[in-house]
Design a protein around this ligand. Sequence first.
Ligand SMILES: Nc1ncnc2c1ncn2[C@@H]1O[C@H](COP(=O)(O)OP(=O)(O)O)[C@@H](O)[C@H]1O
Ligand SMILES: [Mg+2]
Length: 223
Amino acid sequence: MSKIIECRDLGYNYNNGEIQTPVLSTLNLEVNQAESIAIVGQSGCGKSTLLNLLGGMSQPSTGKVTINGSDLSQLNEEEITLIRAQCLGFVYQFHHLLKDFSALDNVAMPLLIQGDDTQTALKKSSKLLEDIGLQDRLNHQPSELSGGQRQRVAIARALINKPSVLLADEPTGNLDAKSAKEVLGLMMELNQQQKSALILVTHDMSIAKKMDRFLTLENGTLV
Ligand SMILES: Nc1ncnc2c1ncn2[C@@H]1O[C@H](COP(=O)(O)OP(=O)(O)O)[C@@H](O)[C@H]1O
Ligand SMILES: [Mg+2]
């Protein structure tokens, strides 16, 4: 099994002027290709902070994060952006779709940004939206979709590039039980089909138990 993400002795403190807030310390994690992992823990324990470090959105105070063999601390901003675009997909509790764009355009956006041909990008995106049951919603804007549908569009957008890892921060936290189940089912299906690893932050133990492993973040470290 090849390792896709590795954290060694990771530590993180927020620094606001005089005030230091330690959040993570000596945290170790290894994630293999196609593995699904849940991270659970109390509100405020540092789950989102950890995902931000894994996604290269912030730099650790100590230790390091390696993605696909690249130590993020050795890369410049441009190289991190490239790794993020090529290897990582993100899904958040709130969908963060572009409100003036259709579902189809939102999903195609990562392909268009990286310079893919427009027709090919739109074709690929409409195929993925069809696969996830949204063939009748291609031209709807986010405000014209239900919460669950928006979240499915957000997942499609995160996975259109076939990233090695999908990082999901409480992706079902804002949904009713039925939509949550659909969204979770979709992430697990794509995790298996596309062989992308799934790192899912959740409050919900019934969801956590469906992953290959679940880890608890406590006192700044994973147990
Ligand atoms: N920008 C910030 N400055 C200072 N402290 C922060 C900042 N963001 C988050 N924190 C603190 O860091 C801790 C972890 O936050 P977070 O990672 O968002 O937790 P979780 O996602 O587990 O709810 C919290 O106690 C929070 O108060
Ligand atoms: Mg959070």
